[in-house]
Ligand binder design. Structure first.
Ligand code: PRP
Ligand code: ZN
Length: 286
C-alpha cells in the first residue's frame, strides 16, 4: 500500500479549475498526462484522482480516496460517512428553487402538490418537510433547468452561481434552500502517516487562503503620526517603520484585511499618510 495521500477533485465543471489552482498555489506540481484519471505530484506525497464530483463522497467514505474537494451541497446530499475538514472559500453558490419567470411567487406553500425537478432530492425533501409542503420530487441527474419548458416539472431546485443558466431558461430564483462553497472532506480513519501529510497540506491551504484576504500596504507618513498609524495598522506583529531620506518622514509597511481596506485608507489619510501603495500577498504564514 502506498502511503501517498490520494485527493479526489472534480474532473471538469464548476469546481475543477479552482481546485487545481489551489493545489498549484500550495506549491504542488502534478505530472500531467492528457485524459489521465490519476496524476501523481512530483514534489509532495500526493496523488490526484479526477472524478465526477457526485462520486467523490462515496470514494472518500470507501477510502479509495483519502480526501476530496467538492461542494457542501454534494456532501450534504450524498449523506456519506466523511469528515468535513475545511471550508475553502471558492465555488460559492446557492441551491435554490426556481419557477418560470412569468409566474408570481407567494411563498413555499406554492409548491404544494407541484412537480419539482432536481439532482438534490434529499436536501430538497428535508427543506419541503420543514416547510410543511408536500410536492412530487423528480430526481434527474443533469440539465435540470430544461424540465419546466419541456413539461416535465413545474419548478426546479438547482445550483445557482451567476444565475445565467436560470435566466437563459426563462426561470427565476424564488427560494434559497442552502448556501454552499467548496470544502475539503476526509476519510474518517486516516493512518498516522497520511494524517501527517494532511496536516502539512492544511497548513499550506491556510497560508494560501489567509493571503487572499490580506494586502501588503506601504505608505509615507510624518514621523509624529507613526504611533497613531501603528494603532490603525497593527499588521502581523507590528508595522515596519523605516526613516525616509527626507527629515521627519517615515515609510510604514504593514498588512491590512481586504474587507477593512477603504475604511482604513480614510483613517490613514486623516493622519497625514501619503504615497499609499497596496500590493497583493502571495503566501502568509503566521
Ligand atoms: C450548476 C447548475 C447549472 C449551473 C448554474 O451545475 O446545474 O448548470 O451550475 O450556474 P450559473 O448560475 O452560473 O449559470 P454544477 O456545476 O453544480 O453541475 P454538475 O456538478 O451537476 O455538473
Ligand atoms: Zn456534479
Amino acid at each position: 500500500m502506498s502511503d501517498k495521500l490520494k485527493i479526489a477533485i472534480q474532473k471538469s465543471g464548476r469546481l475543477s479549475d479552482d481546485s487545481k489552482a489551489l493545489l498549484r498555489e500550495c506549491g504542488i506540481r502534478l505530472q500531467n498526462g492528457k485524459n489521465r484519471l490519476l496524476a501523481p505530484a512530483t514534489n509532495f506525497p500526493l496523488e490526484v484522482l479526477y472524478l465526477r464530483d457526485d462520486d467523490i463522497p462515496q470514494y472518500v467514505e470507501d477510502g479509495i480516496a483519502d480526501l476530496g474537494i467538492l461542494g457542501e451541497n454534494v456532501v450534504l446530499e450524498k449523506q456519506k460517512k466523511v469528515t468535513v475538514r475545511q471550508k475553502l472559500g471558492f465555488a460559492r453558490c446557492r441551491l435554490s428553487l426556481a419557477i418560470p419567470k412569468s409566474e408570481n411567487y407567494t411563498g413555499p406553500q406554492q409548491f404544494q402538490a407541484k412537480k419539482i425537478a432536481t439532482s438534490y432530492p434529499t436536501i430538497l425533501g428535508d427543506f419541503l418537510t420543514a416547510q410543511g409542503v408536500e410536492a412530487e420530487i423528480h430526481n434527474i441527474s443533469g440539465s435540470v433547468e430544461i424540465a419546466p419548458s419541456i413539461g416535465l416539472a413545474d419548478a426546479v431546485c438547482d445550483i445557482v452561481s451567476s444565475g445565467s443558466t436560470l435566466f437563459s431558461n426563462g426561470l427565476k430564483e424564488v427560494e434559497v434552500v442552502m448556501k454552499s462553497e467548496a470544502v475539503l472532506i476526509t476519510n474518517t480513519s486516516l493512518n498516522t502517516e497520511k494524517q501527517a501529510t494532511l496536516d502539512q497540506l492544511l497548513f499550506r491551504i491556510d497560508a494560501v487562503n489567509r493571503s487572499k484576504y490580506s494586502k501588503y500596504i506601504i505608505l509615507n507618513a510624518p514621523r509624529e503620526a507613526v504611533s497613531a498609524i501603528s494603532a490603525i495598522l497593527p499588521g502581523m506583529r507590528s508595522p515596519t517603520v523605516v526613516p525616509l531620506a527626507e527629515e521627519g518622514w517615515c515609510a510604514v509597511h504593514s498588512v491590512v484585511q481586504e474587507e477593512r481596506f477603504w475604511e482604513i485608507i480614510d483613517q490613514l489619510r486623516q493622519q497625514g499618510a501619503e504615497g499609499i501603495l497596496v500590493v497583493p500577498i502571495e503566501k502568509m504564514i503566521l
